[in-house]
Write a protein that binds this ligand. Structure first.
Ligand SMILES: CC(C)(COP(=O)(O)OP(=O)(O)OC[C@H]1O[C@@H](n2cnc3c(N)ncnc32)[C@H](O)[C@@H]1OP(=O)(O)O)[C@@H](O)C(=O)NCCC(=O)NCCS
Length: 276
């Protein structure tokens, strides 16, 4: 599975809207707040850049207009080309003038991707108590005080990535998602590191995290086998995902990541989906 990853910042985004399609222009016109408009345009620009690179599309305005990133009823981004679904799964995140986006090919039953960007910043004890599992809370309590914000950012971001991949978002109690890391994050980490995410009865899912310039990025891959209802926009799991005789590893193999302007030292190969 090749996942294309890209980051862009606000200075990369063209000032005019000539690269937006008609659905996108109509959506933008309904947005009242300048900050939301700017973040949304940055997200769309990053998504179009990453899809163009992945599909090797010609870099013309006409192509960019035909390539639209629309929103499903759940809020999840969907890639359209010439008004038809492009057969891709894409996830994006934008924060403080920076955006990340990941894309790969998808069929009806998967895979699905979730990615997220979080600033490393202090959070209250109440935030930890309300939104993190007991296991995660004790991980944080046992961490070195200098690395605590970093760890909280990775755990939170991984939860968001998983909930994006499942098209659920924060409608779901974040305490129903438990994140474990192979290594505790410490200052000076470079590269991507594996993580695992457990949600409901699904087999543990694999993901990766990385840090640079005060931000944490996470990527979670759901390699199977469910459907996203066009009516509700919710991800429903295929029955055999829950069965023990359908190992995740057999579905997808290794995850390869390619991308322009990736986070520091991004390895081309993130590792096998079996995690750690
Ligand atoms: C998905 C969600 C967790 C992301 O929140 P966030 O950390 O503030 O923002 P991020 O920048 O990381 O991600 C935003 C992007 O996630 C994507 N997204 C939104 N809802 C999503 C969903 N249900 N599944 C997958 N991706 C989703 C969108 O592409 C969105 O960017 P866009 O609106 O510009 O297209 C949050 O928006 C959410 O829970 N949404 C669903 C609940 C909802 O609809 N709330 C309404 C507002 S109260």
């Amino acid at each position: 599975m090749l996942i294309q990853w890209q980051e862009q910042n606000e200075t990369d985004v063209p000032a005019d809207d000539g690269w937006l399609g008609s659905w996108e222009l109509a959506t933008l016109a309904r947005m009242r707040f300048a900050r939301r408009r700017a973040e949304w345009r940055l997200g769309r620009w990053t998504a179009k850049s990453v899809v163009s690179a992945y599909l090797r599309l010609p870099a013309t305005l006409e192509t960019l207009r035909e390539l639209e990133i629309r929103s499903a009823p759940s809020g999840a981004p969907e890639v359209f080309f010439a008004n038809g679904l492009a057969g891709l799964t894409l996830s994006l995140s934008h924060r403080s003038g920076l955006a990340v986006c990941a894309v790969t090919r998808a069929r009806r039953l998967g895979p699905a991707l979730g990615c997220d960007l979080e600033r490393i910043e202090p959070h209250s004890d109440l935030f930890l108590a309300d939104y993190f599992t007991i296991e995660e809370q004790s991980l944080v309590r046992d961490s070195a005080s200098g690395d605590r914000c970093r760890l909280v950012a990775v755990l939170w971001s991984a939860k968001e990535s998983l909930l994006k991949a499942l098209h659920l978002g924060l409608r779901v109690d974040t305490c129903s998602v438990n994140v474990t890391l192979e290594l505790p994050p410490v200052a000076g980490n470079t590269g991507w590191y594996p993580l695992r995410v457990q949600y409901a009865e699904i087999r543990p899912l694999c993901g990766w995290w990385s840090e640079s310039a005060g931000f944490v990025r996470t990527l979670v891959v759901v390699p199977f086998l469910g459907g996203i209802s066009s009516r509700t926009g919710r991800f429903s799991l295929a029955r055999d995902v829950l069965g023990a005789d359908h190992p995740v590893e057999s579905v997808a193999g290794d995850v390869m990541v390619a991308g322009a302007r990736p986070p520091v030292n991004i390895p081309r190969k993130l590792g096998p989906l079996r995690g750690f």
